[in-house]
Design a protein around this ligand. Structure first.
Ligand SMILES: [Zn+2]
Length: 420
C-alpha cells in the first residue's frame, strides 16, 4: 500500500491565525509523515512577523524557557491537570485576563458550529431500559428512535457485529445462529497489536450504518443523524479476539465537508470508556486529515463527553509539540514556532490551536508581539499526569502512521447524496 511519503514541505507561512472564525478550510499543506514523537524543527523563515492586529491574531511565538526538570517524551496530560495548570498560571499572572470562563468556552465550542441541536429531542427521556451487546449489558443514557415496540422490552438485544436489534432473547439467539458478520462491513485500513480500524461507506452499508447511528444515539445527547447516512463514511475502531472484531467506538465523517470538518459524530461505546480509546479515535481522525494534507476540526456542537475528550487531546498535542520543539532546538531553549507550525504538525486548525493555547493560558503579549509561553504550570501538569499514568500502569497508545493503509477516497456527486 502506498504510504504518504511526502517531503518536509513547509506550510504556507502567511495565514493569519486568529482572525477568521472559520478557518477549517484546508490550507495547502503537505502531510507530514512523521508522527509527533519526532522533533519539530520549525521554519525560521521571515515573513511571519505580522503585527498582531486588534483582532488578536498571533504571530511570532517563542516558548518560554523554564528551568524545569527534563520531561520525558511520554508525558501525558489529562483534563483535570490541565485545568489545574491553567488556574495556577492565571493565579500567578493576575494581569493576564483570560477571555473565556470554562462555561462560556464550553458553550462557545458547543454552539460554534453548523450542527443544530434539536432541543425537543434532547428533552425526551431515554426510551430503552437495558440493552445487551456482546458480553455487556448497559443502560442507555438518551433517547434513540428505535421502533416504539422496543420501548416495552425489558432488554433490547443488539448483535455486536451487524448491530441488528431484537426485543427478545429468543429472536436474538435465532439471529446469532445465522449471522455471519465478524467485523464491521468495510475495509480494514489500520491494524496494530491493539486495535483495528474499518472504513464503512454509508451508502454501501446503509442498514449497518443506520443501526450504528441508532445505537450511538443512546449515548449521545445531541446527535441528529439517523437515516441519511449516504454522505458519510464511518471509521470504526475494534478490538480483535478469536470471536471477531468487537466494536469499541467510531466516528463519522462527511465524504465532502464544505467546512473542512474531519469528524461529524464521535463515540466510544460506554463499555470501553475511560481506557484511552477515545483519544485513539481522535488521533486517528487527525491522522486521516494529515494523510489528506488538510487541517481538521470536529463538527460542532460536540457532545459533552466529546468536548472533554477533544480538550484533553488538544492540550496534550499542542504542549507535546512545544516540548518536543524545545528539546530539539540546538540550545534547548526553544525557538520560533507559530500557531500555523503547530497546526501543520498536528493537523489541527489554527483556530483550535489558538483556542487551546488560550485555554491553557499560554499566550502572552511581550515587546509588541504575542508569544507562546510554555508555562511551568503546564509542564508540571504534564509531569504529574505522566506519573499518575505510570502508577496506574496505563500504557500510552498512539496511532502509527506507517500502519495506516489508506488513500483519501474520491467520490462522485451521486455517491454522496441520499439515494433510495
Ligand atoms: Zn448479527
Amino acid at each position: 500500500m502506498p504510504k504518504s511519503t511526502a517531503g518536509q514541505k513547509r506550510p504556507r507561512p502567511s495565514t493569519t491565525a486568529a482572525s477568521s472564525r472559520k478557518n477549517s478550510e484546508a490550507p495547502e499543506l503537505t502531510p507530514s509523515t512523521g508522527n509527533q514523537s519526532k522533533p519539530i524543527r520549525p521554519s525560521l523563515v521571515g515573513g511571519k512577523e505580522n503585527r498582531p492586529g486588534s483582532d488578536g491574531s498571533i504571530s511570532v511565538i517563542a516558548p518560554e524557557i523554564t528551568n524545569g526538570t527534563p520531561k520525558g517524551e511520554e508525558s501525558e496530560l489529562d483534563l483535570v491537570d490541565i485545568q489545574d495548570a491553567a488556574a495556577a498560571a492565571k493565579a500567578s499572572n493576575p494581569q493576564h485576563t483570560v477571555p473565556y470562563s470554562r462555561e462560556e468556552e464550553i458553550e462557545k465550542l458547543r454552539t460554534g458550529g453548523s450542527m443544530t441541536q434539536n432541543q425537543t429531542e434532547i428533552s425526551r427521556v431515554r426510551n430503552l431500559g437495558h440493552i445487551q451487546m456482546g458480553a455487556f449489558e448497559m443502560e442507555p443514557w438518551y433517547f434513540s428512535p428505535y421502533p416504539s415496540t422496543f420501548t416495552e422490552a425489558d432488554t433490547v438485544y443488539i448483535c455486536e457485529f451487524c448491530l441488528s436489534y431484537y426485543a427478545s432473547n429468543q429472536t436474538f439467539t435465532r439471529h446469532r445462529a445465522k449471522c455471519l458478520l465478524l467485523h464491521p462491513p468495510g475495509n480494514e485500513i489500520y491494524r496494530d497489536d491493539f486495535v483495528s480500524f474499518f472504513e464503512i461507506d454509508g451508502r454501501r452499508q446503509r442498514r449497518w450504518c443506520r443501526n450504528l447511528c441508532l445505537l450511538s444515539k443512546l449515548f449521545l445527547d445531541h446527535k441528529t443523524l439517523y437515516y441519511d447516512v449516504d454522505p458519510f463514511l464511518f471509521y470504526c475502531m475494534t478490538t480483535r479476539d478469536k470471536h471477531g472484531c468487537h466494536l469499541v467506538g467510531y466516528f463519522s465523517k462527511e465524504k465532502e465537508s464544505a467546512e473542512g470538518y474531519n469528524v461529524a459524530c464521535i463515540l466510544t461505546l460506554p463499555q470501553y470508556q475511560r481506557k484511552g480509546y477515545g483519544k485513539l479515535l481522535i488521533a486517528f481522525s487527525y491522522e486521516l486529515s494529515r494523510r489528506e494534507g488538510k487541517l481538521g476540526s470536529p463538527e460542532k456542537p460536540l457532545s459533552d463527553l466529546g468536548l472533554l475528550g477533544y480538550r484533553a487531546y488538544w492540550a496534550e498535542t499542542v504542549t507535546d509539540v512545544l516540548v518536543e520543539q524545545r528539546q530539539a532546538s540546538p540550545d534547548g531553549r526553544g525557538g520560533d514556532i507559530s500557531i500555523e507550525d503547530i497546526g501543520a504538525v498536528s493537523a489541527m486548525t489554527t483556530n483550535d490551536v489558538l483556542h487551546t493555547l488560550q485555554n491553557l493560558n499560554m499566550l502572552r503579549y511581550s515587546k509588541g508581539n504575542h508569544v507562546i509561553v510554555l508555562t511551568e504550570a503546564v509542564l508540571l501538569a504534564k509531569e504529574k499526569a505522566r506519573a499518575k499514568e505510570k502508577a496506574k500502569g496505563i500504557v500510552r497508545r498512539k496511532i502509527d502512521p506507517e500502519r495506516l493503509m489508506w488513500k483519501p477516497p474520491v467520490f462522485n456527486a451521486s455517491s454522496r447524496t441520499w439515494n433510495w
